[in-house]
Design a protein around this ligand. Structure first.
Ligand code: HXC
Length: 257
């Protein structure tokens, strides 16, 4: 494979990225970040790929940023290399992304899962932002995305104490989309991805964009943006096809244009 720290595969209109540093519980080092981002951008640019799954192993989705890589870094180094800034590129993908999370999703691992659009969790998943235990704080969006996902009460609790949260608490708090038996997590995520890949990729990209606006703007502006995106779908062949198929009582054949 062209990659050192991940495994990629594609089939049925979906791309799958598997984090593959088992000895380090998939700790996120710079190589892994660059490879995940490159693979995701390559899938995003591929017109045959309609959804992307990111997964780890049964024991660990990812146990955080690679502490051994980070430990000797200085302030001027992390600033001048925009340390871990490339993760932001994942939030700019048009293709929907699904995290299939089993085992530990801690620190940067939890942040990577939250960078995805949908989070499918196995029943053994454990979430947390334990950076405070290392004398640092979340740095890949955790303080923002966790707070938006589960609210201030639990986000403050998790980020200030560094405690781990089991999947039942995470589901009650609204962090995860679905919980399934750990052994079925990846298969379920792939099914969800195949389902999404069967939609109009234009509509899917706009839908994702619209939902994400809710975190960026006021209600009035968000509804206005949604209306404009909705109107724009009427410029697509897929709108014509989707509605014609409904009326004719047949399955739509979306061509992504
Ligand atoms: C580097 C890690 C690692 C990490 C685990 N390992 N997490 N290496 N970075 N984040 C390595 C261990 O050193 C060990 O290697 C091997 O993986 C197995 O881990 P163990 O600790 O032996 O396993 P276990 O006892 O089962 O405990 C699992 C664990 C624990 C609870 C997940 O590993 C842990 O607490 N990890 C650190 C979690 C964390 O603090 N994450 C946040 C990182 S900061 P050896 O060679 O000893 O066998 C962060 C900041 C993001 O994410 C923002 C940056 C900008």
């Amino acid at each position: 494979s062209e990659y050192e720290t991940i495994i990629t595969e594609s089939a049925d209109g979906i791309g799958v990225i598997t984090l593959n540093r088992p000895k380090a519980l998939n700790a996120l080092n710079t190589t892994l970040m660059n490879e995940v981002v490159a693979a995701a951008e390559q899938f995003d640019a591929d017109p045959d790929i309609g959804a992307i799954v990111i997964t780890g192993s049964e024991r660990a989705f990812a146990a955080g940023a690679d502490i051994k890589e980070m430990s000797d870094k200085t302030f001027s180094e992390v600033v001048s290399e925009s340390f871990f800034g490339a993760w932001d590129n994942l939030s700019r993908l048009r293709t929907p992304t699904i995290a299939a999370v089993t085992g530990y999703a801690l620190g940067g691992g939890c942040e990577l899962a939250m960078l995805c659009d949908i989070l499918i969790a196995g029943d053994n998943a454990v979430f947390g932002q334990p950076e405070i235990n290392l004398g640092v704080i979340p740095g890949i969006g955790g303080s923002q995305r966790l707070t938006r996902a589960i609210g201030k009460a639990k986000a403050m609790d998790l980020i200030l104490t560094g405690r781990q949260m089991k999947v039942d608490e995470a589901e009650r708090a609204g962090l995860v989309s679905r919980v399934v038996p750990a052994a079925e997590c990846l298969a379920t995520a792939k099914e969800v991805a195949v389902t999404i890949a069967g939609k109009s990729s234009i509509a899917a990209g706009l839908a994702k964009d619209a939902v994400n606006r809710a975190f960026e703007t006021t209600l009035t502006e968000g509804v206005r943006a949604e209306r404009g995106l909705f109107y724009s779908t009427f410029a697509t062949d897929d709108q014509t096809e989707g509605m014609a198929a409904f009326v004719a009582k047949r399955e739509p054949d979306f061509r992504n244009r």
